[in-house]
Design a protein around this ligand. Sequence first.
Ligand SMILES: C[S@@+](CC[C@H](N)C(=O)[O-])C[C@H]1O[C@@H](n2cnc3c(N)ncnc32)[C@H](O)[C@@H]1O
Length: 243
Amino acid sequence: MRPAGDFGLDSPAAPATWMLSGAAALVGGVVLWFVAPLWSIPLFAWTALMFAGAAVYVHASLRGKYAIWADLLDKASLADGERALDLGCGRGAVAICVARRFPGADVTGIDLWRSVDQSGNSPDTARRNAELNGVGDRVHFDTGDMLELPYPDQTFALVTASVAIHNISTDEARRRAIRQAVRVTAPGGKIIIADIYRRRVEAYAEELRQAGCAVDGPTPAGWNGWFTGPWLATRTIVAAKPR
Ligand SMILES: C[S@@+](CC[C@H](N)C(=O)[O-])C[C@H]1O[C@@H](n2cnc3c(N)ncnc32)[C@H](O)[C@@H]1O
């Protein structure tokens, strides 16, 4: 399910912060255990919460995401020669899954390569991952902003975005990214999004509807998409652009 290669960790500072917070509470709890044992209990509880949250996060980023996309790609189809675009592709995880699923399709990933959003992302790393999976000839990586997509209207039969659009800082800019996705999607094509932050994902669905798309979702993707817990759950949208 997960392609071969090294795909880094999404927003690595988040689980690192929880691990540090858990470790600090653990040290405090152990010290308190010898002077005031009752007071150490909340610290041990905090440690457990932080470590468990970090573990669930790492699972979602390294494994769970791929299970979610395996299901989502069942809802797509690409004929030979058709093109797909992955917005905020990072190290190429979803672009490579699309290329493997549709062996006649040509796939483009676009990214600004912000390492704060995914550790070690770069066009070279993404290309190396594509080559490792035998799809290097059909997956291309461009440097660019999903707010100003450098492609003509109606170019792609499928546009995907995996935990990427939420990284854009304002509601208006995120809606703009959605409008750009609609612009480059061919009539009858699909836009498939998996992302976190409930309100943001609801706004994507609203923007897609306003653009005339038939929208299925947002749908919770289950525990595989919990970036710490159900309060930061992945939700999915499958939208079809009218013909
Ligand atoms: C959390 S990572 C997810 C990467 C990939 N989609 C995956 O699921 O493995 C988010 C990615 O979005 C990219 N990104 C953030 N803002 C962007 C923008 N405005 N345009 C293009 N890419 C962007 C980041 O550089 C990062 O690689």
